[in-house]
Design a protein around this ligand. Structure first.
Ligand code: GLV
Length: 308
């Protein structure tokens, strides 16, 4: 019985060592060394190979190495093969760290101070108390909830929005289309951590920005396709938005002449907010593997209808 791994090859060797030590009954194979496909029961992948059904006829489960699974074409997955997202605690830690950093960067106007330093300009701006800066988390799944809880610890009034209603201590929770308007109106810093689906593609557009308080700021740590790039540029030019922090883009890396590269009010990072770490992800994955082998439900299984 074998597991085929298709993601970052360097981290692949760390996965291999963990399987050899803790689950020797499962042979670890690293793409493109598929070996006998009839033995491959599990796939662990960031981007799956094409023609999954014909290439891996004995496949029983697909595990994503990522929290988001939009890069999988669910219509290509055989009906009986579940897709399971990654719930590595290190991913959550990374997302919480990055969201905290980005919020503080925007809250403390670091984008202005970085520019001022380049211009040898020593000029202070008024300090806004955290209690006066409302943070909104768009997407209150596992990652959004962890971010909301941490940011509220800094003293920011935090609210969150999700498709279906949630309850979270200390966080104002909004849900559904009606809740979205109220939520946006109270988000001075908006953090997108939504899954990418047909319902959320392009959600960060001109219409949404118009519902934020004037001068609000944006953090995107969901997926690049959530954002309409030109609408962000327009909102920054008009002052409707003051600044943005982007870890994901619709094209990664962006073209050399993409306007985001040089924009003074956009901080860009190359999709590094969080990365799955084999050492912390392995116990979660192995637990799910064993559950599957015992015929028990796996944790993090994707609902094909919802797409997340
Ligand atoms: C990274 O983007 C992930 O979805 O885990």
């Amino acid at each position: 019985m074998a597991l085929l791994y298709k993601a970052d090859p360097v981290r692949g060797e760390r996965w291999r060592a963990l399987f050899a030590r803790h689950a020797p009954d499962i042979e670890f194979r690293q793409w493109p060394d598929v070996g006998d496909p009839a033995e491959v029961r599990y796939l662990l992948a960031w981007e799956p190979p094409s023609d999954l059904a014909t290439r891996l006829p004995a496949l029983e489960v697909v595990f994503a190495t990522s929290a988001g699974v939009d890069q999988f074409d669910l219509s290509q997955l055989p009906a009986g093969v579940p897709l399971v997202r990654m719930l590595d605690p290190a991913l959550e830690t990374g997302m919480v760290e990055y969201a905290s950093f980005a919020t503080l960067w925007l809250h403390r106007r670091l984008y202005d101070y970085v520019r001022q330093q380049r211009e040898c300009q020593w000029q202070a701006h008024p300090l806004v108390a955290a209690e006066q800066r409302r943070v909104g988390i768009l997407g209150l799944g596992q990652l959004g909830q962890a971010i909301a809880t941490r940011l509220s610890g800094y003293g920011f009034p935090v609210s969150g929005w999700s498709r279906s209603p949630r309850q979270l201590p200390g966080i104002t929770c909004h849900a559904g289309p009606d809740g979205l308007k109220r939520f946006l109106a109270s988000s001075d810093i908006l953090i997108c951590v939504l899954p990418l689906t047909d319902a959320t593609r392009g959600i960060l557009d001109r219409d949404l920005f118009a519902l934020l308080p004037a001068g609000a700021a944006l953090v995107n740590i969901g997926r690049g396709e959530h954002l309409v790039d030109d609408d962000l540029l327009e909102a920054l030019a008009s002052g409707q938005l003051s600044a943005a922090v982007m870890d994901v883009l619709s094209q990664e890396p962006p073209a050399p002449d993409h306007p985001f590269w040089q924009h003074e009010r956009i901080l860009l990072t190359p999709h590094v907010a969080a990365m799955t770490q084999p050492e912390s992800a392995f116990p979660v994955l192995l637990d799910n593997l064993r559950r599957h082998q015992r015929g028990e439900p796996m944790v993090g299984r994707i609902d094909r209808q919802r797409g997340y």
